[in-house]
Design a protein around this ligand. Structure first.
Ligand SMILES: N[C@@H](CCC(=O)N[C@@H](CS)C(=O)NCC(=O)O)C(=O)O
Length: 395
């Protein structure tokens, strides 16, 4: 599932001592609790659609609730609730639908009518599933809970174009995942009952819900010794641990991830585009070297040629704003550097690399609409300081 690649800093809980946020000021707020599976449904929907900037999280301490929450926000006094366009909306199943339908981002429903019909059936069953599960804890747990997981196993057999209920990830997975995750842990721990045993589709579904690649952030100023000794002797980032091997070098990794994991292809089929992509990737080192060297002299004169190269390259294919028309691994390779040069040259040399280069300007504008990129952007203040020290010898 599409997940942000940078960990969001979660706001702290509001309790009975906290002031309310400035209610109905136009901000969209998700009143939530990080432990609540119902709220988690809406949290997943928000994150999947890349709405971290559009929907602000407001966590409520349910054990010590602020009085204003019931009085001014949501009279049922439960989470989740969404404040949007001057209204408050509750009920997690309604909210999955509401957020999916009223905000940008990838849709959580396929077009296929057979899948839509099955989605309705499964979502309608989710309340019964929960009721039966909770009552099973008081009775013959393994037998009663087992029947519910058999229901899911059978449902997962219906579409085989992916590991999820409708093949691809959808609202149905969002509705069930927070609960199945909790039941799996609880039944294993307390009843020693593995819900995936004898249920291969359920096992594959749970596997499919995991993030495919976990991020491990390494502090380069104070590197842990194990990183060099046990993992990656080059002692650099990035490196990828996959299938018992460690692979390094960002350009090799872009290619490796693109070819070894599911998801949209980052290299078009068109042979002309493939040849051009190789040419551009091979030239990246030269661009970097020339721009970095220019920082010690006059970048406006010395680095202009590199930005002209990018401007001309962007003219080559006109079926989209990116280097190969559509977003490709050339963009993944270049954009982190274009972004940094843009910020640094503007800030330190008052040089706007997009001025007189309309393709480059449009490129950066379009790039900023792509969540997968936006979530990885650098901190401009840190960058300026870092580049000054590293390339200009100042501190
Ligand atoms: N049917 C509601 C259930 C929400 C719910 O029960 N939330 C719990 C936290 S997990 C809650 O707010 N409990 C507080 C209470 O019941 O007073 C939904 O789907 O949104």
């Amino acid at each position: 599932m599409a997940a942000p690649s940078v960990q969001e800093v979660l706001p702290p809980y509001l309790d009975s001592t906290s002031e309310p946020p400035p209610l109905f000021d136009g901000t969209t707020r998700l009143y939530t609790n990080y432990q609540c599976p119902y709220a988690q449904r809406v949290w997943i929907t928000r994150n999947y659609k890349g709405l971290q900037d559009e929907i602000k999280l407001v966590p409520i301490d349910l054990k010590n609730r602020p009085a204003w929450y019931k009085e001014k926000v949501y009279p049922t006094n439960k989470v989740p609730a969404l404040e949007h366009n001057g209204k408050i909306i509750g009920e997690s199943l309604d909210l999955i639908k509401y957020v999916d339908e009223n905000f940008k981002g990838p849709s959580l429903l396929p077009d296929d009518p057979a899948k839509l019909k099955f989605a309705e059936e499964l979502i309608a069953y989710s309340d019964t599933f929960l009721k039966n599960m909770y009552s099973s804890f008081k009775g013959d747990t393994v037998k009663q809970a087992g029947a519910e997981f058999d229901y899911l196993e059978t449902a997962l057999h219906k579409f085989d174009d992916g590991p999820f209920f409708l093949g691809q990830f959808s609202r149905v997975d969002v509705a069930y995942a927070p609960f199945v995750e909790r039941f799996q842990i609880f039944l294993q721990e307390v009843w020693k009952y593995d819900i995936t045993s004898g249920r291969p589709k359920l096992a594959a579904w749970i596997e499919g819900l995991q993030d495919k690649i976990k991020l491990v952030a390494i502090n380069l100023q104070d590197r842990p010794a194990w990183y060099k000794e046990k993992l990656y002797p080059d002692n650099k980032v990035p490196s990828l641990e996959h299938n018992g091997k460690v692979i390094g070098e960002s350009l090799d990794l872009i290619k490796y991830i693109d070819t070894s994991f599911e998801g949209p292809d980052l290299l078009p089929d068109d042979p002309a585009k493939q040849t051009f992509s190789e040419e551009m990737i091979a030239y990246l080192d030269t661009v970097q070297k020339n721009v970095y060297t220019s920082l010690k002299g006059d970048p406006v004169k010395e680095a202009g040629g590199e930005f002209d190269y990018l401007e001309t390259s962007l003219e080559k294919f006109d079926d989209g704003p990116f280097f190969l028309g559509q977003f490709s691994w050339v963009d993944a390779a270049y954009v982190p550097f274009i972004e940094r040069f843009h910020i640094f040259l503007q800030e330190v040399f008052n040089y706007d690399i997009t001025l007189g280069r309309p393709n480059l300007a449009a490129y950066l504008e379009e790039m900023n609409k792509i969540d997968a990129y936006k979530q990885t952007k650098c901190d401009p203040k840190f960058l300026v300081q870092y580049y000054k020290t590293r390339f200009m010898g100042s501190s």
